[in-house]
Design a protein around this ligand. Structure first.
Ligand code: SF4
Ligand code: SF4
Length: 417
């Protein structure tokens, strides 16, 4: 049983958290849900309403924009600075990365890049590097979704930069996917999504909206995104979804920007667990340059350590790797990081030597040699469907570490390896 809330401020938090978790609730539902003196709970509800943190709706009390902001209020005043960010604009790594985010690379298997356009232009965002924009039609989005469903996905996420910039085409795409494929559909977009579009998306059957959480206060938002725009709209969208029964889920945006204290980054990421109390995955990314990797790698150990320490043990901590230059700083925080999502895949020169993706290939090689016996490089390459050249590099590295050996031109699994 949940212990009863003792102090007034605990009770306030409990009421706000309950509303975040359950959606709008009547006074009676809140009193039944929260342990403690019913008279005190009722009085606290009135106070929160008078302060403008809750408001009555036809579905019960709902959090207002201010109510949501109260839920994630920083524990102290941090000192933020809005410092500029300069991303590399050319070179093979940037080209490879642009191919992936424009959806032109086979490496990309996860969410659907429906458009590379966004109306925000956050200062760290690599979509700012795209020159020839991509906008998919509803039919093309359906096709992409179909491919993922055929590959076994039970859920598709239409992302981009910000797919709400597609307007009614996005609504059409959601309708098509729901009627043709009947899977869960999410849309990940920027904070400037208009509420009338949200209404249309909800009617089209959208299951949830995914937003990137770039700041709890105006100052924090400005230091992270580089602009004030989007802060008010973000909370309006959150409150709208809550009032209208559209699920909204949050990712932690970027951490490790110059001008943002490490503690503030970690606290912001952790506060997502108050916005989505049932969340089991915390995703956030170090701010990364597609060629140079994390901009301030020295900040990462502290941030990841604080997040890991503050998150419940069963919450998975996940980040994306966008560049061969990113693996080392991410590898260094592996103790606090449960999952790395590889953005570049086979586009990455490090792919087979990468500690995150290479391990998978190594495991497959060992399985093959163990189960089928000695094989030469060509046979192995055919079985694993990777190029001989790629395989060769990995096999050499495995040989050096004593995992496998070569006998008579064939690779052999080493039992002691
Ligand atoms: S809202 Fe998202 S996609 Fe748009 S500029 Fe900001 S980070 Fe990039
Ligand atoms: S292969 Fe490794 S280093 Fe390259 S992008 Fe993927 S995870 Fe990062």
């Amino acid at each position: 049983m949940t212990p009863s809330a003792t102090s007034g401020s605990e009770l306030r938090q409990r009421i706000l958290l309950t509303l975040a978790e359950r959606g709008p609730c009547s006074r009676r539902e809140l009193m039944d849900e929260i342990p403690g003196n019913r008279g005190l709970i009722s009085r606290e509800i009135n106070e929160l309403r008078d302060e403008g943190l809750l408001e009555p709706t036809d579905r019960g009390f709902a959090l207002t924009e201010e109510g949501w902001r109260e839920l994630v209020r920083p524990s102290r005043e941090y000192d933020y600075k809005n410092k500029p960010v300069r991303l590399s604009r050319g070179g093979p790594e940037v080209e490879a990365f642009l191919r992936v985010i424009r959806g032109e690379s086979k490496s990309r298997t996860g969410s659907i890049v429906a458009t590379t356009r966004c109306d925000m232009r956050c200062k760290f965002c690599y979509y700012n590097l795209v020159r020839d924009h991509v906008d998919l039609t509803p039919e093309e989005i359906l096709e992409e979704a179909r491919r993922r469903v055929e590959a076994g996905n039970k859920e598709v996420v239409i992302q981009g930069a910000s797919p709400h910039t597609l307007g009614s085409d996005l609504v059409e795409a959601v309708k098509l996917i729901k009627s043709e494929l009947n899977v869960t559909v999410g849309v990940g977009t920027g904070p400037l999504i208009p509420t009338d579009l949200l209404e249309d998306l909800r009617e089209a059957g959208l299951d949830y909206l995914k937003l990137s959480f770039s700041g709890r206060t105006r100052e924090e938002w400005r230091a992270i995104t580089g602009r004030s725009r989007g802060f008010d709209e973000f909370w309006e969208v959150v409150a709208w979804c809550h009032r209208h029964g559209l699920e909204v889920t949050f990712v932690g945006g970027v951490v490790g920007l110059p001008g943002v204290p490490e503690e503030a980054d970690a606290e912001r990421v952790l506060s997502i667990l108050r916005l989505n109390p049932n969340k089991t995955v915390l995703q956030f990314n170090p701010v990364q340059d597609p060629a140079r990797g994390p901009l301030r790698p020295e900040k990462l150990p502290r941030i990841y350590e604080l997040v890991r320490d503050g998150a419940p043990d069963d919450v998975i901590i996940k980040s994306c790797c966008v560049s061969p230059a990113s693996w080392r700083p991410l590898y260094e925080v592996r103790e606090h990081l449960d999952k790395v999502v590889c953005m570049l895949g086979l586009e990455c020169e490090e792919y087979d030597g990468c500690p995150f993706t290479g391990r998978i290939l190594e495991q497959r090689i060992l399985n093959e040699l163990y189960e089928r016996g000695p094989m030469d490089t060509r046979e192995l390459a055919d079985r694993l469907r990777v190029s001989e050249e790629r395989l060769h590099r990995r096999l050499k590295s495995m040989e050096e570490r004593g995992l496998i050996s070569r006998r008579g031109g064939r690779w052999v699994y080493e039992r002691g390896g």
